[in-house]
Design a protein around this ligand. Structure first.
Ligand code: NDP
Ligand code: HSE
Length: 444
């Protein structure tokens, strides 16, 4: 069978990994795919760097539209990133009848509905394994391996940069900025690292997983997004003392009222496997009604781990390009006409409707009755307390200090209920600073 011809747009971190993996393993890949997969054109703004990666093995151009215009190219691999030119190129490639592989979670989480529709209209595939959790085949697992299940929830460490930062801060006591620079040097961080540290990148990924898990459209605009910039080293330490680790989790959950879709730092019991995922590693826990809980672990970023997923998509396309459209796996796992509309029976819930438990840190006056007042207000709101930790004032503020930290773990309650209780507690004259609230997930 004629080799499938691929045009690569953007040969930076992931693009160069893709080129190298495909070159190195081409023999085995051909035996698996049943035909050769050849990158015959590469487009990059930096043509000299591109040429240094590909040697003479592919034609290098500056203008990615030359790839789209080439009738010999069957598949376009978009590894530029962002929503700007990447979106235009992907839509133009689809319009030209090319299959598309992309690692661009930002693009698909925000414009996925338009892109998947355009691909369906044209009868081409859009594959995006590398967009979520890098080298971990989580899209394939959710879309195919777990297809028998009614998925109940999933939770993942799906941003390597923030997990690397949290791990290094905890283990080595390094400063946030130092660790972020190292993550950038290692090629984990996005072009704009605020996407990593503010939770946006994780929200892009969990939005895609939510759509596949529950058969709903991609709805990034409905995701609750909170990053790690508000986390204090003190909270990491107190969490450890209480038997928890703090991780930035992307969570999506099916409930009676709809779907929870959220990213925020979370306390996770230290004994859970996912709590022990360190450095830039990623992990996703998925709970299906038939299979129970499953865990997927691996490198979520970096040149060749991500390339591993890009090349796997190319193999899928090489196998299915000539198949009937109806025989392909739908991009969002469910047949597109069966996706629940945004107003269907599975709406994405506002954060006020999310039910979870909490870690609260209060800086309070070290005087009699403070704890009773705070716990009384929580009890009035129907919020049950799981554990309380009160530090010695001297330990918190130095010798003779009149302030201390009160740490409270609660049982589950509705976020809206917690908001109202915290507003009352915050107004107490004995509460001396903004209350720090971190959600807690037992994941059992
Ligand atoms: P890089 O910045 O390393 O690479 C992007 C490349 O695209 C650069 O070489 C850039 O050139 C080139 N480029 C920019 N504009 C154009 C254009 N108009 N035409 C052709 N080439 C262009 O990014 P990454 O490889 O890190 O990321 C690529 C995608 O993969 C992104 O969507 C990212 O989110 C995703 N991803 C990245 C992972 C990682 O570990 N890095 C993991 C998973 C997904 P120049 O440098 O000259 O601007
Ligand atoms: N910036 C992302 C991360 C790259 O740190 O996980 C992988 O998507």
């Amino acid at each position: 069978m004629k080799p499938i011809q691929v045009g690569l747009m953007g040969i930076g971190t992931v693009g160069s990994g893709t080129f190298n993996v495909l070159q190195r393993n081409q023999g085995e890949i051909r035996r698996r795919a049943g035909r050769g997969i050849e990158i015959t054109m590469v487009a990059d703004l930096d043509m000299e760097r591109a040429k240094s990666v590909v040697g003479g093995a592919a034609r290098v151009v500056k203008d990615a539209r030359e790839i789209i215009a080439n009738p010999e190219i069957d598949v376009v691999v978009e590894l530029i990133g962002g929503y700007g030119i990447a979106k235009q190129l992907v839509l133009e490639a689809i319009a030209a009848g090319k299959h598309v592989v992309t690692a661009n979670k930002a693009l698909l989480a925000v414009h996925g509905t338009e892109i998947f529709q355009a691909a369906a209209d044209k009868g081409v595939m859009v594959a995006y394994e590398a967009a979520v959790a890098g080298g971990i085949p989580i899209i394939k697992s959710l879309r195919e391996g777990l297809t028998a299940n009614s998925i109940q929830w999933l939770a993942g460490i799906i941003n390597g940069t923030t997990n690397f930062i949290l791990s290094e801060m905890r283990d080595k006591g390094l400063d946030f900025d130092v660790v972020l620079k190292e993550a950038q040097r290692l090629g984990y961080a996005e072009a704009d690292p605020t996407f990593d540290i503010e939770g946006v990148d994780a929200a892009h990924k969990v939005t895609l997983m939510s759509a596949i898990a529950f058969g709903i459209p991609v709805q990034f605009d409905k995701a609750y997004v909170e990053g790690i910039t508000g986390l204090a080293a003190t909270d990491i330490r107190y969490a450890e003392q209480l038997g928890y680790r703090i991780k930035l989790l992307g969570i999506t959950k099916r409930t009676d009222k709809g779907v929870e879709l959220r990213v925020h730092p979370s306390l996770v019991p230290s004994k859970r496997l996912i709590a022990n995922v360190e450095g830039a590693m990623n992990a996703v826990v998925v709970h299906g009604d038939a299979v129970g809980t499953t865990l997927y672990y691996g490198k979520g970023a970096g040149s060749e781990p991500t390339a591993s997923a890009v090349v796997a998509d190319l193999v899928d396309i090489a196998r299915l390009a000539d198949a009937e459209v109806a025989h392909r796996v739908p991009p969002l796992a469910f047949q597109s006409h069966t996706l629940e509309g945004a107003m269907g029976s599975l709406p994405v819930l506002p954060m006020s409707e999310v039910v979870t438990s909490y870690y609260l840190r209060l800086r309070v006056s070290d005087e009699a009755g403070v704890l009773a007042k705070v716990t009384g207000l929580l009890a009035n709101a129907g919020i049950s307390i799981d554990a309380v930790l009160q530090r010695e004032a001297d330990e918190v503020g130095g010798e003779g200090s009149t302030q201390t930290d009160l740490i409270i773990l609660t049982h589950e309650t509705r976020e809206g209920n917690m908001d109202a209780a915290l507003a009352e507690i915050q107004a107490l004259p004995t509460v001396l600073a903004k209350i720090n609230r971190i959600r807690k997930e037992e994941l059992n």
